[in-house]
Design a protein around this ligand. Structure first.
Ligand code: HMG
Ligand code: MG
Length: 308
């Protein structure tokens, strides 16, 4: 596998699903436009879930019809069931993510199903998406810990991932939903997953930065050979059904790390910082990410860059 890293942006979905205030559709679209301008090629745009569960994304149908036309950008949408699939298809989506977890407790709170029930519900969804030629991802949340039951055995997460791959997903994404994981766990989970037959290029990681370990976890993932990482511009995000979840790893922090490490990717740091300032101002938050505060760094002058 190559050394180029895929940065999978989840700000418009994971970021905005957790905001208390209603965000206008035009603001969401402008955020996505700025992400496209920054070079992001995979932008998880929204969710076709129950608007009662996630009112913040209740405009998904219209949002997808108005996404910036950019043939090089993939815009996956979250789909929990056949109802969501029908809506996503009608809106013109072309890529999806189904989402379950390593643990029944979180899955019950999040989507009202056990893990086994969720896999049954995804079967027709993934089959239909396969017929349509869509790219398909499967999330395994709580891969490092569950907010209701505690520690999680990596093999629990891996067996769910294997079932998702059998159902046809192109990639599985292990989520540290509440941000409790540390690098040795990432190394161990990756090794156990590949030993169980999952290819490195079928694995993505999704770290919430609740306890400041997300970037260290990325370094462990890189060291283990994983090349796809989720992040959220401005570090916004969290799941309303995961008590204690804070924002995702910030895209600007990830981009800085990769740039300074000489790892190739597609994203421009100053333009991500521009998008981060835009969205945090729009939701009335302080830009709290480390690189958001300090800016990048110009090695030729020693001065910070991109602080606006
Ligand atoms: P339910 O209440 O168990 O199911 O919800 P239901 O089938 O009884 O439906 C209840 C109502 O919702 C009905 O409407 C349905 O028609 C409607 P009513 O008759 O009451 O008027 N409904 C829908 N409406 C629109 N679109 C749909 C849909 N489905 C049902 N697709 C359900 C089950 C799965 C729908 C619900 O629990 C739900 O939507 N949950 C979504 C939760 C969610 O989005 N959580 C955040 C994403 S996961 C996450 O953040 C973690 C991740 O980032 C990775 C990580 O961090 O680890 C991905
Ligand atoms: Mg998440």
């Amino acid at each position: 596998m190559g050394d180029r890293v895929r940065i999978y942006e989840v700000g418009p979905r994971d970021g905005l699903q957790n905001e208390a205030s209603a965000i206008p559709l035009d603001t969401k679209l402008e955020f996505i436009e700025r992400l496209v301008a920054a070079g992001l090629r995979e932008i998880e745009a929204t969710s076709f879930v129950s608007p009662k569960a996630i009112p913040q994304l209740g405009d998904a149908d219209e949002l997808v019809t108005r996404l910036p036309a950019a043939s090089w950008v993939r815009y996956p949408v979250l789909v929990p069931n056949e109802r969501g699939m029908a809506r996503a298809e009608a809106a013109g989506a072309k890529a999806l993510a189904v989402f379950t977890a390593a643990t029944d407790a979180f899955t019950q709170h999040n989507i009202g199903m056990t893990v086994a029930e969720s896999l049954t519900a995804f079967e027709p969804v993934l089959q239909r998406a396969g017929e349509l030629g869509w790219w398909r991802r499967g999330y395994v949340s709580t891969a490092f810990g569950d907010p209701y039951t505690g520690a999680v055995d990596p093999h629990q997460a891996i067996s769910v991932a294997i079932r998702l791959l059998e159902l046809g997903v192109d990639e599985v994404c292990f989520g540290d939903t509440i941000g409790v994981g540390v690098p040795v766990q990432v190394t161990a989970l990756t090794a156990a997953a590949t030993k169980a037959g999952i290819e490195l290029d079928q694995i993505a990681y999704h770290f919430h930065d609740t306890r400041g370990t997300a970037l260290a976890n990325v370094v462990a993932g890189l060291g283990a050979g994983v090349r796809t990482f989720d992040s959220s511009t401005g570090g916004i995000g969290g799941c309303p059904y995961a008590p204690g979840a804070a924002g995702n790893l910030a895209t600007e922090d990830l981009v800085y790390l990769l740039d300074e490490s000489g790892v190739e990717h597609d994203v421009d740091l100053e333009l991500v910082l521009d998008a981060a300032r835009f969205i945090t101002a729009a939701v009335g938050r302080r830009l709290a990410s480390k690189v958001g505060q300090a800016g990048g760094w110009d090695a030729s002058t020693g001065k910070p860059v991109g602080r606006g």
